[in-house]
Design a protein around this ligand. Structure first.
Ligand code: ADP
Ligand code: MG
Ligand code: ZN
Length: 482
């Protein structure tokens, strides 16, 4: 198998839209999904004679991100003009940092199949987004400039990634960090977190890097996986056939599942970068950096470590919880309302990663919009511990509270979901089941003890899932003489 003689090498360029209220160089709103050309002004429309004015919040978010990722925060950085012509770029250039970006170095720790790895960052810089060309069915084209001037961070990794799984782990870890910092909403579909993948291959054991291709703008983890796998295979086959990989930019076609050449190195733009004359160099004062440092939240890795070390949660459970800051915060609050210690933590985590995650997926709702509150989840678990709710009943109550809201104890009452621990009621159900299944009873008494499961199931069915399982079992054993 020739492919296994090769390894894939990747470096990713992530574009993350910053969660500021206004654009990077003007006061227009950054709101997504507005009427086309609704959030525009002379500055982002590039009228002659206008001047950019740097949004202080963008700088603060860049510093916040750089500190969280362990970067060297440069006290002096410079904006440059990246010149190219495209209809969605009315100025004819993009303002971006180039030679002197705001952050250098740093990195992201990832874990794949139990192996830890530190993925180094090259740099992080600030830049403005371009507008969007819109093509209609009749062949007409128009430009929507709502997005022109929306602030972005470009986060560039070193070519440290060696598999698609590592690339996905890196993107997920980075996304969770940005979301925890509150600088990015992590929305891949809306394009607020997107990535270009630089991919090359080389024979195992080789130290020099192979020639790379850059795959543009993938907006889902699934597409990234497909695109990189396709591209790596294409490159290996090319080399095996005696050919040479050409440096080029490629596009992924999700319909066909393949990458296609977009432009070659020879057509590569000469961007004629030069320092932006309308913006002075950005000089950071120490006080700002110190203030941002003091305001950093607990990051996903630290939180996961706390869950593992203090709450004794398995790494897998901890990882699922910290992937979304709001979910982890919900978990913390639910656990505080429910109890202490590893057993309580495991129970709350199981519900969060199980039933609650399922309902969140089904409804597509993020935690701040759930009707379920942390106290509700704690309340349901307490009702279960007290024997007032069985397993199936607890799931039903959770679903009702999640979808409609309301106090768990009241939902139990209103819907008649309480667990039945009344011995008389259980005995009646047990007697009915045994009377209806004489053949099974005989086989059980003859030594087929596995039939206990059948009896329990029948009694539970008769009691619409509400019988107290402990009592049901005990009564069955007594009556069957086990
Ligand atoms: P450019 O500005 O043309 O995109 P950079 O040198 O900034 O080029 O590199 C961009 C990305 O490409 C970085 O993430 C880097 O890690 C990655 N990269 C560079 N060389 C290779 C290679 N041979 N194979 C895979 N990735 C690479
Ligand atoms: Mg690039
Ligand atoms: Zn504007």
């Amino acid at each position: 198998m020739p492919v296994s003689d090769f390894e894939v090498v990747m470096g990713l360029e992530v574009h993350a839209q910053l969660l500021t209220r206004t654009k990077i160089f003007c006061g227009c709103s950054t709101e997504f999904g507005a009427e086309p050309n609704h959030h525009v002004c002379p500055v982002c429309l590039a009228m002659p004679g206008v001047l950019p004015r740097l949004n202080a919040r963008v700088v603060e978010f860049a510093v916040r991100t750089g500190l969280a990722l362990g970067c060297d925060i440069r006290r002096k950085s410079v904006f440059a003009r990246k010149n190219y012509f495209y209809p969605d770029l009315p100025k004819g250039y993009q303002i971006s940092q180039y030679e002197l970006p705001i952050c250098l170095g740093g990195g992201v720790s990832i874990e794949v199949e139990g192996v830890e790895k530190f993925v180094r960052l090259t740099r992080i810089h600030m830049e403005e987004d371009a507008g969007k060309n819109v093509h209609d069915a009749l062949g007409g084209s128009a430009v929507d400039l709502n997005r022109a001037g929306v602030p972005l961070l470009e986060i560039v990794s070193e070519p440290d990634l060696r598999s698609v799984d590592e690339a996905v782990a890196y993107l997920k870890a980075l996304r969770a960090i940005l979301m925890t910092l509150g600088v990015n909403d992590g929305n891949l579909e809306e394009g607020s977190f997107r990535c270009d993948a630089n991919v090359s291959v080389r024979r195992k054991g080789e130290t020099a890097l192979g020639q790379r291709c850059e795959i543009k703008n993938m907006n889902s983890f699934r597409f990234l996986k497909q695109a990189v796998e396709y591209e790596a295979r294409r490159q290996v086959e090319l080399i095996e056939a005696g050919g040479k990989v050409e440096q080029e930019t490629r596009l992924f076609d999700p319909q066909k599942g393949e990458t296609r050449a977009m432009r070659s190195k020879e057509d590569a733009h000469d961007y004629r970068y030069f320092p932006e004359p309308d913006l002075p160099p950005l000089i950071l004062d120490e006080e700002l950096v110190a203030r941002v440092r003091a305001s950093l939240p607990e990051l996903p890795r630290a939180r996961a470590a706390r869950y593992r070390d203090q709450l004794r949660l398995p790494a897998y459970d901890a990882g699922l919880l910290v992937a979304d800051r709001d979910v982890a915060t919900f978990f913390d609050a639910a656990l505080a309302a429910y109890g202490e210690g590893p057993e309580a933590a495991k129970k709350v985590a199981n519900w969060m990663n199980g039933e609650v995650a399922k309902l969140a997926n089904e409804t597509g709702l993020a935690p701040p919009r759930w009707k379920l509150r942390p106290e509700h989840l704690a309340g349901i678990l307490k009702l279960q511990d007290a024997g007032a709710l069985g397993g199936p009943g607890a799931k039903q109550v959770l679903e009702v509270v999640f979808r409609e809201g309301g106090d768990p104890a009241e939902v139990v009452k209103a819907r008649g979901l309480a667990q039945v621990s009344d011995e008389g009621a259980i005995e009646a159900a047990v007697d009915a089941v045994l009377a209806a299944s004489p053949a099974e009873v005989e086989r059980y008494r003859g030594g087929n003890l596995k039939l206990m499961g059948f009896f329990v199931g029948q009694v539970m069915k008769q009691m619409r899932g509400k019988g107290n399982p402990g009592l049901v079992n005990a009564l069955l054993k007594k009556k069957l003489g086990g």
